[in-house]
Design a protein around this ligand. Structure first.
Ligand code: ZN
Length: 136
């Protein structure tokens, strides 16, 4: 899958969020991908995992990142490494936008979405408020 079709798939999956490609093979990388993601308040990316690791560098905003079942608070300045194969999802809990960079050491990381982990069959949160209350 090329970067353009991969980004189309990812954009379809995001809720109230956008993703832009900062660096990819088409722009000169040999084996990595750097994405810029922005989520409006309550925006999120549904649970998914990758075949390689992912490094998230948060620039601005506040959110909760679930890695497996473990919730972690994230904010501007936070850096988190997600191991290969570990399901994760991100939710903007702040009043402003949540802004981050995502580094993938693989140029075309696989995205495996995980319906049912925290979500219903449409891959949307069953009840975000309940989920967040548990995480606080
Ligand atoms: Zn991811």
């Amino acid at each position: 899958m090329d970067t353009v079709s991969q980004m189309e798939m990812l954009r379809d999956a995001l809720r109230n969020g956008t993703v832009e490609v900062l660096a990819c093979p088409e722009s000169g990388t040999r084996s990595s991908l750097v994405l810029e993601e922005t989520y409006d308040p309550r925006g999120h990316v549904p649970p998914h995992y990758h075949d390689g690791e992912e490094i998230l560098v948060f620039l601005e905003g506040e959110g909760i990142l679930f890695i497996g079942q473990d919730p972690r608070s994230v904010a501007g300045g936070t850096t988190i490494v997600i191991p290969p194969g570990k399901p994760h999802c991100l939710y903007n809990t702040g009043l402003g936008r949540l802004h981050l960079l995502a580094f993938h050491p693989k140029a075309h990381p696989e995205y495996h979405f995980v319906p049912g982990l925290f979500t219903d069959e449409t891959n949307c949160y069953k009840n975000p408020e309940e989920l967040l209350a548990q995480a606080m």
